[in-house]
Design a binder for this molecule. Sequence first.
Ligand code: SRM
Ligand code: SF4
Length: 575
Amino acid sequence: MSAQVIDPNVVQGPLAVNERIKGQSKNLRGTISADLDDQITGGFTSDNFQLIRFHGMYQQDDRDIRNERAKQKLEPLHNVMLRARMPGGIITPKQWLAIDKFAEDHSSYGSIRLTTRQTFQFHGVLKPNIKLMHQTLNSIGIDSIATAGDVNRNVLCTSNPIESTLHQQAYQWAIKISEHLLPKTRAYAEIWLDGEKVEDTGDNIDVEPILGNNYLPRKFKTTVVIPPDNDIDVHANDLNFVAISDGENLIGFNVLVGGGLAMTFGDNSTYPRRADDFGFIELKDTLAFAEAVVTTQRDWGNRVNRKNAKTKYTLDRVGIDTFKAEVERRTGIAFAASRPFEFTTRGDRIGWVEGIDGKQHLTLFIENGRIKDNNLAPLKTGVKKIAEIHQGDFRMTANQNLIVAGVATEDKAAIEKIAIAHGLIDDTQSAQRQNSMACVAFPTCPLAMAEAERFLPEYVTRLEGLLSKHNISDEHIIFRVTGCPNGCGRAMLAEIGLVGRGPDKYNVYLGGNIAGTRVPKLYKENLTSNSILSLLDELIGQWVAERQPQECFGDFVIRAGIIAEVKNSARDFHG
Ligand code: SRM
Ligand code: SF4
């Protein structure tokens, strides 16, 4: 009998529980269908709680009323959040009208939530409406496959529609990559769309040539980005294709691998990390490289400890050169030297711009991505009215905003009128507000430790007050808040990032930059929002007094020695 060869790049030890769940799931089917028929509970039981994620749903409950229900001896009001798959974030007006109606009729919060990954979420859908939700989406050509779980998630693409030829080409690649890396299991169609049942022949019913039957060790995120815009924040992602053009057409990509932003408090083996540049590839090799990076991570990613399972940790564990060489071995193609590129901007350009095709594009600032008719403005009705007359498409941005894209010049006035009447265009919004962002957090996120989305608007008003006090009302600092260290609002790429620790308690991170190419570092821990404001008052005062021309806040705090620069996360982030 030959001895088993142990691959030194694979972490040995008892596998994480999720590995058993995935392995025994019959390619993500579990017993979800049976659970769906169980009217005794509003939730999903045992393994299915995890498995529905691979179908784009999370079980949640309203945390605002959780204790009250517990006192009444009621189970939490279980419901699901659904996240749609929307590579590049493009959606037609017809699709928008259908999702608007579903949110209105069947989601407890009556809102559509644009996310930091260019798609939308429904919150608060009760069990009896879940199938209807998938069937409604299917009828308009949308699904939610692989928007959560240990798979390649929604593929992002720079939203800027101005360079329309290049954008069109890049967008097509985002779709191709998304399709190529999708799970091949027919479980989604079978369970939600009443597709034909496949015969149960054992643990693995379908073949997963790329992801494997245990799927990936952890979530995996991919982007296609067009420099100099880094609107999709490449360094939050495992795999990035940086568009290289000859001025007009796409000729290839630089491939950046190993970004990610999450960490766990008290566990220094976890940290936010920038992606590394592996080199240039030709367009024709794009899918082969996407597949090779994914399969290398599939085979070498840590399946023992989920906290160290993402690609960023695999790279630091095996070494960048080893990982890169393996990708080259799997494709049979060597990376060429990286082509020069630079990121200079990140935020969305709010307001109208004219594309090179002469079409008009209106970017609407949607605070925290929450589209809802609220006391301040009937935003949801406004977008619906625009969708009723709009002939182009909508583009969801990775900064939680919405672009009304491809407006013919003759339709501009009508769309603008609706947008103004419904609070979707508001000239009083400051640059600071437009460059601030928060994750969802309470009441729906089960992992939230502090408020984020509900905290941000009022806090930005106070921050605006500070900028005004220091006579820089027209300027802004990239400011982001997340309700816990998972980093969904990308605070770990902000100039000032607040990370929730507990009710009204946040850690303060400083030192990210405008282009999103630097991770910030912990400055102060566990402060109340009031004390953070006093701190920021001092720091902003110092910045205004001592900064060099054009020096942004994040660069200043490093040059002034207020915070050390994070050059290599594994070494510097906790050091
Ligand atoms: Fe996230 C988990 C919301 C972007 C890192 N994220 C969650 C969950 C599903 C909580 C849960 O596991 O039960 C949150 C649901 C809240 C709710 O009620 O809606 C949640 N994440 C979001 C969204 C909606 C935030 C937003 O305000 O827009 C974003 C949805 C994106 C999408 O459409 O797919 C969102 N999440 C991100 C990002 C930013 C990004 O990708 O650009 C990150 C950091 C980048 C990264 O992955 O490193 C992020 N979310 C996480 C993590 C930490 C993963 C890790 O590496 O450890 C978790 C927790 C987990 O996976 O265990 C998480
Ligand atoms: Fe929830 Fe934390 Fe993500 Fe915010 S950062 S949405 S609190 S998991």
